[in-house]
Design a protein around this ligand. Structure first.
Ligand SMILES: Cc1cc2nc3c(=O)[nH]c(=O)nc-3n(C[C@H](O)[C@H](O)[C@H](O)COP(=O)(O)O)c2cc1C
Length: 255
């Protein structure tokens, strides 16, 4: 081939493009396990944060040893058999899409706008002296622009909020994205999910909450549509279709 020719230019360009795409594809595939591990670590960190157990100086893995993950059958609130699923590897998001591991939700029940819900859910227990100190529940549902994924932590009384966090969403920064604002999240602490009759009452108001109400949380100005989504998520997941059966069972039987 001549030292400078059109065909040589093409060959060099093709070889270069092929080499680069191999390198990029290889890096993407090679990085996947690392990305997965980071996601798991991030989820654990968020669970620790919502439970008030996060210590920036300690390793997430070490701190997470205080937490006992269990898998619950949402239809009856019982724990799944220990040999049925491994909480370490159970992929709840995949389960929510798997026809064998999920159920469709009728339109009138589907407050969270998720269409289907997983039959089995991870829950995270924190025990002190063998007694349940708190429980952390995964919740998800539609905001304005995106599905919000988060955790709600309840005290050992299984009614008082210890914390709430949304670790993944695509709401607008400065508007719906303010659900990440620590000041707003702090407004949830101490609020009660259920009234004396056991019905879900917790909700985000438009404007300022009535201080005498144990069930109202301040709204976020300019983000009413997102926080209405948060109310719907809480109402759905704390209700009969969500974790209520589990919480009632734990109240009578203990963890
Ligand atoms: C570009 C754009 C992005 C917006 N993003 C959000 C959002 O993420 N969440 C939200 O609730 N409202 C968002 N809004 C505002 C809503 O359309 C709506 O006005 C607001 O939720 C009403 O809340 P307010 O009654 O507290 O003002 C957005 C508006 C615009 C123009």
């Amino acid at each position: 081939m001549a030292r400078e020719s059109v065909s040589k230019t093409f060959v060099v360009a093709i070889v270069l493009a092929a080499t680069c795409s191999l390198l990029v594809a290889g890096a993407a595939i090679g990085m996947r396990p690392l990305q997965e591990a980071n996601k798991v670590r991030d989820r654990k960190k968020n669970i620790l944060i919502v439970a008030g157990l996060y210590d920036a100086k300690a390793s997430v893995e070490k701190s997470f040893e205080q937490i006992e993950p269990r898998i619950v059958d949402l239809a009856n609130g019982e724990y799944a058999a220990e040999d049925q699923f491994d909480p370490e590897t159970f992929d709840q998001r995949a389960a929510a899409k798997d026809p064998n591991l999920s159920v469709s939700i009728s339109a009138e029940k589907d407050l969270a706008g998720i269409g289907r819900r997983e039959k089995y859910s991870l829950v995270y227990l924190v025990k002190k002296d063998d007694k349940l100190d708190q429980i952390i529940l995964p919740v998800d549902g539609k905001g304005l622009w995106s599905t919000l994924y988060g955790f709600l932590a309840l005290d050992g009384d299984l009614n008082t909020v210890k914390g709430i966090t949304f670790y993944e969403h695509a709401e607008t920064p400065g508007l719906g994205g303010e659900i990440d604002n620590p000041t707003w999240k702090a407004r949830w602490v101490g609020k009660k999910v259920y009234d004396d009759k056991g019905s879900v009452q917790l909700y985000v108001v438009k404007g300022v909450a009535d201080e005498s109400s144990p069930h109202q949380v301040d709204g976020i100005s300019g983000a009413t549509l997102t926080v209405n989504g948060v109310t719907n998520i809480v109402q759905y997941w704390m209700g009969d279709d969500g974790f209520k059966k589990l919480l009632e069972r734990l109240k009578t039987e203990g963890a």
